[in-house]
Design a binder for this molecule. Structure first.
Ligand code: C5P
Length: 231
């Protein structure tokens, strides 16, 4: 099987309160999007990369990625899952049903090359696929909806944070996303769609510093992590 990269980058990053979508903020003069894509494409296994962009994206032509012949673009959709599905559709003529698709958030520039490599090595013999995940380290409290009164402390020993990349067989992922979107279930990651289809994704433990840039303070933190992990 071959390996394809899908990078949903059609979000507008409302929570960053910036003048541009968060993937076009800069760290050391480089766009987050360029940092993320260059880290992913350092791995030699990929046959190609499809980036889903917002229909009104005006920054893309100014990126380094836009000059890379291995990187293609398509128009994303309303939700993240729509954007991933659009990217899969754009790959349809090139990808085989059993090929692997790795979906990675453009807002996660701190992916460690070792994690990417371990995910691929661990799952390449799997029938379905899976994802990088990190154990929950905080103590978790549950409240009633809308209330701040503690109802219970939740056992965290079997709880994980879902990270990306998430790696699934092309056809399994495409069918699962269509099914989940049709059913109107919340699809906040690829694995949740696959689970909804009755299949079982496998976790591969990844580093907890695979941060998703979401809030303004995350940008400086990402710069620090990148300085630490290098590569
Ligand atoms: O907003 P959030 O951080 O959850 O977005 C996760 C990823 O999904 C980002 O890479 C964002 O660009 C992408 N996204 C997308 N299309 C949407 C919404 C989000 O590609 N409609």
């Amino acid at each position: 099987s071959r390996y394809w990269l899908v990078v949903p980058a059609a979000g507008i990053g409302q929570r960053m309160q910036a003048d541009c979508p968060k993937q076009y903020l800069r760290l050391d003069g480089r766009y987050i999007l360029d940092i993320t894509l260059s880290r992913l494409l350092q791995h030699p296994c990929f046959s190609g990369c499809m980036v889903a962009l917002h229909p009104e994206d005006s920054w893309w032509p100014g990126t380094l990625a836009s000059t890379n012949p291995r990187i293609h673009t398509c128009t994303g959709g309303r939700e993240r899952a729509d954007s991933v599905l659009a990217a899969l559709a754009a790959l349809a003529t090139r990808a085989a049903p059993d090929d692997w698709v790795l979906v990675h958030d453009v807002a996660r520039p701190c992916l460690h090359p070792g994690d990417l490599d371990r995910l691929i090595t661990r799952l390449s013999g799997h029938a379905v696929g899976g994802l990088l995940a990190a154990p929950v380290t905080d103590t978790l409290k549950r409240t009633r909806p809308g209330s701040l009164e503690v109802e219970a402390t939740v056992d965290r020993s079997s709880l994980w944070r879902a990270l990306t990349p998430q790696m699934f067989r092309y056809q399994i992922l495409a069918e699962a996303l269509v099914k989940a979107l049709d059913a109107g279930v919340a699809v906040t990651d690829e694995a949740s769609a696959v689970e909804h289809a009755g299949l079982i994704p496998e976790l591969v433990e990844g580093r907890s510093d695979n941060l998703k840039i979401t809030l303004p303070a995350d940008l400086a933190l990402a710069g620090f992590i990148l300085g630490q992990i290098g590569g």
